[in-house]
Design a protein around this ligand. Sequence first.
Ligand SMILES: NC(=O)c1ccc[n+]([C@@H]2O[C@H](COP(=O)([O-])OP(=O)(O)OC[C@H]3O[C@@H](n4cnc5c(N)ncnc54)[C@H](OP(=O)(O)O)[C@@H]3O)[C@@H](O)[C@H]2O)c1
Length: 217
Amino acid sequence: MKPVKVGLLGLGTVGTGVVRIVEGHQEDLSSQVGSPISIERIAVKDREKYRNIHVDQNKLTEDPWEVIRDPEIDVIVEVMGGIEQTKSYILEALERGKHIVTANKDLMALHGAEILAKAQEKQCDVFYEASVAGGIPIIRTLIEGFSSDRIMKIMGIVNGTTNFILTKMSQEGASYEDVLAEAQQLGYAEADPTSDVEGWTPRARWLFSERLASEPM
Ligand SMILES: NC(=O)c1ccc[n+]([C@@H]2O[C@H](COP(=O)([O-])OP(=O)(O)OC[C@H]3O[C@@H](n4cnc5c(N)ncnc54)[C@H](OP(=O)(O)O)[C@@H]3O)[C@@H](O)[C@H]2O)c1
């Protein structure tokens, strides 16, 4: 059976998890998808960097365009972060008929509408569940499960990092500084955590959802 060929952009906290899941759950995933899933190329910033996961060194490239332009790749999984340059990779991948999975909250908050419009034009899928609410399956629930409802308001802690920090502070009495450092060490919070802890990520997402509500696709 022809495998679904994946090009991965990024092999950090999230990318390493993607490789582990795709490789470790291959049998389950293959039976659900109907074909094996194969990670063919991986773009990283530094090929020589030590990684706590074994990957075939020949799959690594420091040039994301090599992954985007590879005609063999069916699906791009973008877990490298960044906004403008990353947007150009995603738009070009869609132009070439590749489906996209992204965990990039900043990108989707700022350019989600343009990316989704391009995907619709090219009849490709863009899945961004991992970019919202720490991966709780909420986007699909809203789109499919509540498609005929009018949602007036959504309230909650919609940011996984903030949820982690607030839970630790309220249940264990930990200090904000200690929990933030722990979240950074675990890879939940980024080195510069401003967009998470200052509320920018949920706010940007709220602006994005407002735009989606006023311009339904
Ligand atoms: N961490 C989380 O818990 C979490 C949760 C939800 C969503 N996200 C989102 O997921 C994305 C990735 O987050 P992360 O925590 O996995 O980041 P990360 O650990 O910093 O990993 C980023 C990866 O992308 C690579 N990279 C960065 N810039 C590149 C470039 N210009 N060219 C090629 N490769 C490049 C890096 O290469 P090197 O390894 O060589 O440095 C690294 O492998 C972000 O958009 C983030 O907002 C993260």
